[in-house]
Design a protein around this ligand. Structure first.
Ligand SMILES: [Zn+2]
Length: 170
């Protein structure tokens, strides 16, 4: 029997993640007709799910119900940068679409010299999540625009020890 379908979706997801700092992370796996990346749910016959939903669930360690919509701050459906994703309900999704209007894209917040090298509690949790999905410390350093030493200090709990990350391992 093939083991392939048993690999957790979060681990398969990591293969298609290409962290690039505050830029959009373009999904390099399959995409649907709307430009959203898709990934199998893990079992045959269970269909596909949008990868940015899986990305959101993975990185923020939540289970989304069908009324929750993961939205893109960057208006790029193929983007799976967790920092570009936010959670809204259906109504917010519609409002978001309306407010974006016809092709007018909201400004995407890019990393600047000022906010580089800054971590916060959410990013600490994200670092542990991403490490858990198989990213290297080099990739994490690049993503969070900090040194690899800083990443290692976070991971071995030298710094940011007060942030509870225990429930991110299952
Ligand atoms: Zn993006």
């Amino acid at each position: 029997m093939s083991q392939k379908s048993c690999i957790p979706v979060r681990l398969r997801l990591a293969k298609y993640l290409h962290p690039s700092g505050d830029q959009c992370w373009e999904w390099t796996g399959a995409k649907n007709e709307h430009g959203y990346g898709v990934i199998g749910r893990g079992k045959r016959g269970r269909g596909n799910t949008k990868d940015h939903r899986v990305a959101y669930e993975t990185f923020y360690d939540v289970k989304l119900d069908s009324s929750s919509h993961v939205l893109h701050r960057c208006d790029n459906p193929g983007c799976v940068n967790p920092l570009h994703l936010w959670l809204g309900n259906h109504r917010e999704n519609m409002n978001d679409m309306l407010s974006k209007g016809r092709g007018s894209k909201p400004p995407v917040r890019r990393g600047t010299a000022n906010n580089k090298a800054k971590l916060d509690e959410n990013k600490i949790r994200l670092i542990f999540q991403l490490r858990h999905t198989g990213l290297t410390t080099y990739q994490l350093a690049e993503l969070f625009c900090v040194s690899r030493v800083a990443i290692c200090c976070v991971l071995n709990r030298t710094t940011w020890r007060h942030v509870d990350v225990t429930n991110h391992f299952c």
